[in-house]
Ligand binder design. Structure first.
Ligand SMILES: Nc1ncnc2c1ncn2[C@@H]1O[C@H](COP(=O)(O)OP(=O)(O)O)[C@@H](O)[C@H]1O
Ligand SMILES: [Mg+2]
Length: 357
């Protein structure tokens, strides 16, 4: 099987991924042409196996204390990428380097101390909290598993401190998840993630299930915690507006690949990829909640089982160059004269064009 992994440039040096750049923040997490192909049944009488190319050759970095936003339509592979980094899913190809170590070669016991350092916050705080456990048990469980408290009293003090950190009162510890609102439940989920004193958190659509009126509170809480604790986030969302607000840098994903990546401001003001522009154009205007999301993107996301040839976005692209975009696959290259801004497109929007705002 040919894959986009093969036509990329030379392998990345691990020492480079660790980030020996004194001026810049050190890299905490890096992926190197990471891919996950899920096998799927082709059909009752077929002998062939098809593959869903959920993640297809992704190289990203998250630096210490930084939020990397990951945005893209539903089904484009965001959650799978997050799970690959946490090693909750084993990749088909590629590498994950955490704090300078290639973690895919580590045994389960070697992984254990690393597991503590990386955590995840899920979209649905209700289904991810055990309904039969009190908040004290939910938050205390991880403290016990990792033996972080010498005595029960220490554990109790830690739980109360964690609840305070996420804006809940000490009395909350004796209650069950159903006794809380959605926003409070997400705070419990955050307290549980923080219990093991992580440095890296995958936030997988952490506010998508919440009422619009409390989304900002949770976003602000995550930002405050990042500042206090020096946390690094991979912040996943299908909502470009939220991602743009919380992220230092943003990666835009389409059908398993990163199609554009830039500093948050640069992306907002000078998006180059037609897909990124379409995502911005589809953003709801003022009057939040009421007006429906305007769908300016034509057509559905193609199937990741048989992705289009060439650039996967070409069937929906307003800037398609026939004979080029439907044939060749663009690589994610630095935009000339715009350090840190990368785009995978044969016919990107020019820089001097006004931003989408
Ligand atoms: N365990 C799995 N088995 C088979 N296909 C999967 C599995 N997990 C995800 N997929 C498929 O991979 C693609 C990407 O899914 P996902 O990472 O959940 O996207 P997103 O989080 O961007 O919505 C989808 O087509 C999805 O159906
Ligand atoms: Mg998802």
């Amino acid at each position: 099987m040919t894959s986009s992994l093969e036509d990329d440039s030379a392998p990345i040096d691990v020492s480079e991924l660790a980030g020996d750049e004194p001026q810049k923040r050190r890299t905490l997490v890096a992926t190197d042409r990471l891919a996950k192909y899920f096998p799927v049944e082709a059909g009752l009488f077929s002998r062939t196996t098809n593959f869903v190319r959920a993640v297809d050759g992704v190289s990203i970095k998250v630096r210490r204390g930084e939020t990397l936003g990951l945005v893209g339509e539903s089904g484009c592979g965001k959650s799978t990428l997050g799970r690959l980094i946490l090693r909750l899913v084993e990749p088909s190809y590629g590498r994950v380097v955490y704090d300078g170590r290639d973690i895919l070669h580590l045994s389960q016991s070697q992984m254990r101390p690393l597991r503590r350092r990386m955590q995840v916050i899920f979209q649905d705080p209700y289904s991810s909290l055990n309904p039969r456990m009190t908040v004290r048990e939910i938050v205390g469980e991880a403290i016990r598993i990792h033996k972080l408290a010498p005595t029960r009293r220490d554990e109790e003090a830690m739980v109360v401190d964690l609840l305070r950190k996420v804006g809940l009162r000490a009395e909350a510890r004796d209650l069950y998840p159903h006794e809380f609102s959605g926003g409070q439940r997400q705070r419990i989920g955050i307290a549980r993630a923080l219990a093991v004193q992580p440095e890296f958190i995958v936030c997988d659509e952490p506010i998508s299930a919440l009422d619009v009126s409390i989304q900002a509170q949770i976003v602000n809480l995550l930002q405050d915690l990042q500042e206090q604790l020096g946390l690094s986030y991979l912040f996943i969302s299908h909502d470009l507006k939220v991602v743009e607000h919380v992220s230092h840098r943003v990666a835009v994903m389409y059908l398993g690949k990163i199609v554009e990546q830039a500093a948050s401001r640069a992306l907002y003001e000078h998006a180059r990829h037609p897909y990124t522009r379409a995502l911005f154009a589809a953003m709801p205007v003022a009057d939040p909640g009421r007006r429906k999301l305007r769908v300016l993107l034509e057509g559905d996301v193609p199937s990741p089982i048989n992705p289009p040839t060439g650039c996967a976005f070409h069937p929906r692209c307003p800037r398609i160059v026939k004979g080029k975009c439907d044939v060749d696959t663009p690589t994610l290259d630095e935009v000339l004269g715009a350090s840190g801004h990368k785009v995978a497109c044969f016919n990107p929007h020019p820089h001097d064009q006004d931003g989408p705002s």
